[in-house]
Design a protein around this ligand. Sequence first.
Ligand SMILES: Nc1ncnc2c1ncn2[C@@H]1O[C@H](COP(=O)(O)OP(=O)(O)OP(=O)(O)O)[C@@H](O)[C@H]1O
Length: 232
Amino acid sequence: MFIKVKNLKKSYGEKENRMVIINDINLNVEKGRICTILGPSGSGKSTLLNLIGGLEEPDSGSIEIDGIDITELNSKKLALFRRNKLGFVFQFYNLIPNLTVRENIEVCEYLSKDSLKVDELIGTLGLEDHQKKFPRQISGGQQQRTALARALSKNPALLLCDEPTGALDYKSSKELLALLEQINKKYNTTILIVTHNNAIANMSHQVINLRDGLVSENYVNEKPVQAADLTW
Ligand SMILES: Nc1ncnc2c1ncn2[C@@H]1O[C@H](COP(=O)(O)OP(=O)(O)OP(=O)(O)O)[C@@H](O)[C@H]1O
């Protein structure tokens, strides 16, 4: 099993202000799957993703990724693990404004030993014509494709996406989802997607629903549809 989460708990605040956000979560995800995490606002989706990405520390429980329990790593080893194994895509691209599209992708590429060639990524993500432009000169969809290329440049085993289409229009959202599907097939990248868009569940191999910090539903989708055929 590629991801194993066991008895995971996370709360914020002290004493009477304490709020339990992740309330004993157990889940497994196989390698090479696209897994969508759905749930109402405030149900703990982003917190769960951040815990799996080692961006937050749990109160208790374990998170095993590719055989390594990241909750046991010290901060230096955790940073190395994140750098080598994980890619992140957020709703608001987080590109560096005074670097070109190509430079934004290269920033990450040099960090990793098993990196994907920047030219290959630029081609796969359809950014050839934009590589010399700055983020302000391209559309939201193109910016998110750049952010995806940056996340993929180190060929991460696990790609974590928090509302990757949250700021995109319908057409750009579908393009991005088709790219995630393509990346998953081409590189066997395991992809976790946190989203409000229930339609994304239909293209996923696994769907996890959260409610009040608990898994309320967790199922394998036997017949994922192609991203191009999604509608919402
Ligand atoms: N650093 C923090 N400190 C205190 N409370 C936090 C922190 N991060 C998240 N929370 C709270 O935890 C709860 C769950 O937040 P989270 O962002 O994980 O939910 P979500 O399901 O992703 O919500 P949304 O769909 O609205 O993005 C919310 O009530 C939020 O206010």
